[in-house]
Design a protein around this ligand. Structure first.
Ligand code: NAD
Length: 356
């Protein structure tokens, strides 16, 4: 299992370093046979090579079985031309690797229930996985644009379009993910209004007989948004298109209260993936040892589960994170009265120690 790390910028290298140490600890404990290499992306690549995604990085990414990314960007590179900005490196690698399935878990460790904007009894123990289609739908559909009508008025337009095969491949990822979790899949659409999602619903139904151990339900997106804040624990896995997924995954993420706790994965057709914390490079705290490494560490656990089929090691890392929180250790972003303040390194070390 060849793992490429792309630490990137700001707190990216700090949190990636801790995630790498945790993977090495898991490798020692479970004998996983992992090998690691590192390459540049984002601002760090601009400084060294003048471009945010050097060819050498892309070659290394293509040759790896999975990729762990920190974060890219920062004020230092904000002034340069748009096509050469650090964020272009991230968009470029996602496109080049054909990463069409975005997996965003929203897990609220019971120890952090007070950090959520919702009442603790509504969110304690929350564990949702949102599977979002990432490369189709209205964000990419053609025709699109702003035009002037014959009467002189301007109008803007986009096209929401999904082919059967696009729906089927994201559906399969979601059904497979549900199999690895609570065996319940909720497909979110707007089939009462949008034909594109009538097809979406039909294709999900066509897939269902291949996964008899997974219970498939459907929900309109407006209701799903409401249910996410009313009774979020009713969901196990949610699958939806690009636009709805963009919005619902952010809403679900915020149920957990802290951006420093949120991992993500983007997968290709073969299960190869790019794993990264949801947060950015946090230039305001970079270099100060204040970054919470748990989102990166939980991204590493996802990598082991989804790209390496090493579910046992992934679960052990997640358990270790829970034990560290149980012990009262907190980085500044999740710190509350009575808890022990830890820096980035101490948090990573504690997870490694809990892993054994
Ligand atoms: P951000 O996520 O970097 O930071 C938002 C706030 O959350 C900041 O106050 C930061 O200190 C805090 N925060 C973020 N991660 C944290 C962590 N692990 N521990 C503790 N606190 C944490 O978002 P931003 O400030 O809007 O963006 C900063 C830079 O990151 C920009 O250049 C942006 O383009 C880039 N960015 C990159 C990615 C990515 O690489 N995937 C995602 C979002 C933003």
């Amino acid at each position: 299992m060849k793992i490429l790390t792309l630490p990137g910028d700001g707190i990216g290298p700090e949190v990636t370093h801790e995630a790498l140490r945790v993977m090495q600890a898991a490798d020692r404990r479970f004998g996983l046979g992992l090998s690691f290499s590192e390459a540049l992306i984002g601002g760090a690549a601009i400084d060294a090579h003048g471009v945010p995604l050097p060819e050498t990085t892309l070659t290394a990414a293509r040759g790896a079985d999975a990729i762990l990314l920190g974060a890219v960007g920062g004020p230092r590179w904000d002034g340069i031309e748009r096509s050469l900005r650090p964020e272009r490196g991230l968009l470029g690698i996602r496109a080049a690797l054909g990463l069409f399935a975005n997996l965003r878990p929203a897990i609220l460790y019971p120890q952090l229930a007070a950090a959520s904007a919702l009442k603790p009894e509504v969110v304690a123990g929350l564990d949702i996985l949102i599977v979002r289609e990432l490369t189709g739908g209205i964000y990419f559909g053609e025709p699109r644009g702003i035009r002037v009508r014959a009467d002189g008025e301007r109008e803007g337009f986009n096209t929401d379009i999904y082919s059967e095969s696009e729906i089927r491949r994201i559906g399969r990822v979601a059904f497979e993910a549900a199999r690895k979790r609570g065996h319940r899949l909720c497909s979110v659409d707007k089939a009462n209004v949008l034909e594109v999602t009538v097809l979406w619903r039909e294709v999900m139904e066509e897939l269902a007989p291949s996964y008899p151990d997974v219970e498939l339900t459907h929900m309109y997106v407006d209701n799903a948004a409401m249910q996410l804040v009313r009774a979020p624990r009713q969901f196990d896995v949610v699958v939806t298109g690009n636009l709805f997924g963009d919005i619902l995954s952010d809403a679900a993420a915020m149920l957990t209260g802290s951006i420093g706790m949120l991992p993500s994965a983007s997968l290709d057709e073969h299960g190869k993936g790019l794993y990264e914390p949801v947060h950015g490079s946090a230039p305001d705290i970079a270099g100060q040892g204040k970054a919470n490494p748990l989102a990166a560490i939980l991204s590493a656990a996802m990598l082991l589960r989804y790209s390496a089929g090493m579910g046992e090691a992934a679960a052990a890392i997640e358990l270790a994170v829970g034990q560290v929180l149980d012990a009262g250790l907190r980085t500044a972003d999740i710190h509350t009265a009575g808890m022990q303040l830890a820096d980035t390194t101490a948090m990573g070390e504690a997870v490694c120690a809990a892993l054994g």
